[in-house]
Ligand binder design. Structure first.
Ligand code: G3P
Length: 217
């Protein structure tokens, strides 16, 4: 399973990239606004900076909701760098745009996916990634991880090549469960990624090794 970081914060991207385990970055308009990035020029420049920092794919989300607007935005994003992937919402015009991008060699990530039916549509339209939002599904009292499992099963049966990018990750356990459920990619904020490191027995064991190493001298 690939690891993407879900942020537009450059320091956080660098922190995980420096560990050598980062495969890509996802952003969305909320994450860009959180970093105070506003206006087309600043947004384009920020995507360029991120895409130059990392080797893997960087998702840049369109804010148009009509076909022509999505295509115009997506073309501009795709021209920034070859590792930019155009993020398109799962709406009717979005499906049309996904197909157009697919037919024209522009890679895409279909976002705001909350059901297996939507994931089938995204795959049929040729999306490279599909992003089910598992945390938000859990918030609504359904089971987000179960959706990942269902989509993975359908894609395997049908031979769809779209990669399942589990999004809206809230905890280290979500990451483990997504790996078990067959996600191809997990995009996470910094905290759940670093949370994977934690185990009290590791801390206790290391403290003992270090203490014993000292006493041997
Ligand atoms: O990648 C989608 C993600 O940013 C949404 O996360 O926590 O706002 O549901 P969240």
């Amino acid at each position: 399973m690939k690891f993407f970081i879900d942020t537009a914060n450059l320091a956080q991207i660098k922190e995980v990239n420096d560990l050598g385990i980062l495969d890509g970055v996802t952003t969305n308009p909320t994450l860009m606004a959180k970093e105070g990035i506003k206006g087309e020029a600043a947004i384009m420049n920020h995507y360029k900076t991120i895409a130059e920092m990392v080797k893997g794919d960087v998702s840049a989300e369109v804010i148009s909701t009509d076909f022509d607007g999505m295509i115009a935005e997506g073309k501009k994003f795709a021209a920034i760098r070859p590792n930019i992937v155009v993020k398109v919402p799962m709406i009717k015009e979005g499906v049309r745009a996904l197909k157009w991008f697919s037919d024209n060699g522009i890679r895409t990530n279909c976002t705001l996916v909350f059901s297996a039916g939507q994931a089938i549509l995204a795959a049929k339209a040729g999306a490279n990634y599909v992003s089910p939002f598992i945390g938000r599904i859990d918030d609504a009292n359904w089971d987000g991880v179960q959706l990942i499992e269902q989509i993975a099963n359908i894609y395997a049966i049908q031979g769809y090549e779209t990669e399942i990018l589990a999004a809206s990750i809230r905890s280290p356990l979500h990451i483990v469960k997504c790996a078990e459920a067959g996600a191809d990619v997990c995009t996470c904020p910094l905290e759940p990624i670093l949370g994977l490191l934690k185990h009290p027995l590791t801390d206790i064991g290391l403290a003992k090794f270090l203490a014993d190493a000292k006493s041997e001298k």
